[in-house]
Ligand binder design. Sequence first.
Ligand SMILES: Nc1ncnc2c1ncn2[C@@H]1O[C@H](COP(=O)(O)OP(=O)(O)OP(=O)(O)O)[C@@H](O)[C@H]1O
Ligand SMILES: [Mg+2]
Length: 262
Amino acid sequence: MKGVLKKEMLRTRVNPEQPALEVVNLTKHFEINGTAKSVLHKITFNAGVGEMICITGRSGCGKTTLLNILAGFLKPSAGTIMVNSEPVRKPGPDRCVVFQEDTLFPWLTVRENIAFGLKGRTKNKGYLSKEVDRFLSLVGLREFQHYLPREISGGMKQRVAIARVLILQPQVLLMDEPFASLDYHTRREMQDLLVTVWRELGQTIIFVTHDLDEAITLADRIVVMERGSGYIRQELAVPLPRPRKAEQTEYLFFRRKLYEFL
Ligand SMILES: Nc1ncnc2c1ncn2[C@@H]1O[C@H](COP(=O)(O)OP(=O)(O)OP(=O)(O)O)[C@@H](O)[C@H]1O
Ligand SMILES: [Mg+2]
């Protein structure tokens, strides 16, 4: 994988002290049969440049709603979101989303799916081709570049889904349970792949998961949301060196502590 990436794309930009994403007092009510249902209440947190933040909490606590608001797909009832100090009001190229279910174009090959977004942004065919090669290698799919989505596995599809948004180099990558439909081993492989890619590219990532082990494996910081109240229950830095292994004593200790906040 080394040598695949240009020098300027390495983690030199990373600066957790400099906020890439700032969320302040974000509140969301849904109107159901004339009654306001509160889902998010005064959610406030930051993500530094190059930080991996995991948002976790029980089913229904508002994780997907929060991510949809960050993506600009949903409007908040109150509060502000800034990306690189610019307010967010609608979807934009500074934020890309990877969903749980693959959203690949079924009639396009792996290569064409990865090229799709960048093709709309550049007329330079040489540059486009090189970039696609680079990201195919990064996610280990060069051999499968001419396959259609129906001819590859679920894990491979999610690699394509990740490569095709990373190639656009968004400021913030938003991921909503992207590995939830994968089997245990594939899921672990994808977590390792994501950490490797993230450490190479220095992307800011907001990763939603209800799986505590996934959050501990991936995150620099974990934000725990509370179901019912819509508050942030706790924010915890993960003080464990990478790679993180579930059998390490420190890992188990941290897991127990995190579990108390769910
Ligand atoms: N469009 C909507 N209209 C009304 N209520 C909604 C809407 N979208 C979400 N909700 C409600 O908001 C709450 C939070 O939903 P959300 O999907 O954000 O939870 P989640 O934490 O992502 O859950 P899960 O872990 O199951 O994916 C739920 O009670 C849900 O019913
Ligand atoms: Mg959800």
